[in-house]
Ligand binder design. Structure first.
Ligand code: 4AD
Ligand code: MG
Length: 471
């Protein structure tokens, strides 16, 4: 390949580096997209942004410069390269600005460009998800998303957890909620009308069995934890739940640590250390983006971050939570009684009014939780925990796992599941079983909490929800 073809990029400085420059520079080259172009008193001002940070670089082109004509014809959305001197800016907005001697338009954008320099609603921006990364809000979201991912890996790597890759195509429904997307190479057009439910012969399918997209990597993570001790997954999971809420999507990222020789208390300590640590790292790395969210999106962002990093996380049993809700005097839409799942309104009361901070609710009734959770001595509840946070609700679901073979077999039967489907899961209880525990963090839910964005569709580049799989 002709290496000279990349030379223009080699010489480029990122806008972030220029804005944080230690001093003036006789020569600098920036590349990016014009956020705004304005002409004032014979001078063109172009704000260029390359996504490296929230702020744009002000490019100044006076009328006596050869670049003036090109600069004057630039429009919002166009891509360009600007070269010149980086000099101290007389303006209050920025420390440095670029006095351009040369400007080249790389790609034009005409007046139909939908992101003209004004505020757009989040709903509108969702309809142009291919362009919204070029706005302040979404640039900030995706930088925070990146920083949080990195912090998560760092947290576990520094503690000797092994990152494991669990399958995306799976034969079992970990949560037992019947929310799996089917994966098949059978001819659906042909089968429709021919077969009634349950009549399809899955042995003729690609994998010779019924398969779907995984709802959680937990069961496989347990197998690896029972060999490597401390492991975690971090990847996409899928749920075909037809719920159109602001906190559910069909495809989301989950972080699932699994630890051997551990009980529910160890699990809760790990979750707390983990959230404190990753949130602190994001606060350190994304100061400007978080300040932007606090100013433009949700003024409680600093308070929310403080709650995760500084306050103590309360722990309360499900029984205690139910009693507190019953005593509250609030009129809830959904009734509260032992055996009922906590609804969003209940979670909000608990975390916003009762504890005013993060809350681990533990020991849920076994009938509303998955088969793998360890049965408590009362025979009625399981060693489970959900972490609830103000405004967003549940961000973590976890448990100590049932390590006793006989109890696990009984639970599988009780929930009407096929014992044979879980032969391998049962085997690790037969050979060298140990107490172990883990949890799943809804990565996108944590991002909602950190950024203050109220709809999960706005923290995911291209969200998948019922009726929506564009882009
Ligand atoms: O509570 P869940 O269903 O737990 C599990 O899947 C366990 N196997 C985890 C484990 O113990 N390893 O899901 C975990 C978290 C929830 O607390 C929530 O934050 C998120 O995943 N979540 C969703 N996020 C977005 N859209 C959805 N449809 C979600 N369903 C769950
Ligand atoms: Mg849950």
């Amino acid at each position: 390949m002709n290496r000279r073809r990349t030379a223009s990029r080699e010489m480029r400085a990122r806008v972030r580096d220029l804005l944080h420059s230690d001093g003036a520079r006789a020569h600098a080259r920036a590349m990016g997209w014009a956020r705004s172009v304005r002409v004032s008193k014979g001078v063109v001002f172009v704000a260029i942004n390359d996504g490296s940070c929230l702020d744009s670089l002000q490019v100044v082109v006076p009328a006596d410069q050869p670049a003036f004509e090109i600069a004057r014809r630039l429009t919002t959305g166009a891509s360009l390269v600007a070269e010149g001197a980086l000099v101290a800016s007389p303006g209050q907005q920025q420390q440095w600005e670029l006095h351009a001697t040369e400007i080249k338009t790389i790609g034009e954008a005409d007046s139909s460009y939908p992101l003209q320099n004004k505020r757009h609603s989040l709903e509108f921006l969702r309809s142009i998800a291919h362009l919204r990364p070029r706005t302040n809000t979404f640039g900030a979201v995706f930088r925070v998303r990146n920083a949080l991912s990195y912090a998560i890996h760092r947290f576990f790597q520094e503690r000797n957890f092994q990152w494991i890759h669990t399958p995306i195509i799976s034969g079992c429904d970990c949560e037992g909620a019947g929310e799996m997307f089917r994966v098949t190479t059978l001819d659906i057009e042909e089968l429709v009308g021919k077969c009634r439910p349950g009549e399809v012969d899955c042995s003729k399918d690609f994998f010779g069995r019924r398969t779907g997209l995984t709802v959680s990597g937990q069961l496989e993570a347990e197998l690896l934890a029972l060999a490597l001790s401390d492991v975690y997954t971090f990847g996409p999971t899928f749920r075909a739940e037809n719920s159109n809420t602001s906190r559910h999507v069909a495809e989301f990222w989950m972080v699932e640590p699994e630890i051997a020789f551990a009980d529910l208390a160890d699990d809760i300590s790990l979750a707390e250390d983990f959230l404190r640590s990753v949130t602190l790292e994001v606060m350190n790395r994304c100061e400007d983006d978080l300040a932007f969210f606090a100013k433009r999106v949700e003024k409680r962002v600093p308070e929310r971050l403080r709650l995760l990093t500084e306050s103590s996380y309360e722990v309360m049993t499900y029984r205690e939570a139910v009693a507190a809700l019953q005593r509250s005097g609030e009129s809830f839409e959904y009734p509260v009684h032992f055996g009922a799942d906590l609804q969003a309104e209940h979670e909000r009361y608990l975390t916003e009014k009762l504890t005013a901070g993060p809350l681990f609710v533990t020991d849920y009734p076994k009938n509303i939780k998955a088969f793998y959770m360890r049965l408590n001595d009362d025979d009625e509840t399981v060693a489970a925990t959900d972490l609830l946070v103000p405004q967003v609700g549940e961000i973590i679901g976890g448990s100590q796992r049932e390590e006793r073979l006989d109890v696990l077999e009984a639970r599988i039967a009780e929930q009407g599941l096929e014992r044979d489907d879980y032969w391998w899961y049962l085997d690790v209880r037969r050979y060298g079983t140990v107490p172990h525990a883990g949890f799943g963090l809804g990565f996108d839910r944590l991002l909602m909490y950190i950024t203050g964005l109220q709809n999960i569709r706005d923290v995911i580049p291209f969200p998948r929800t019922p009726g929506h799989a564009d882009f």
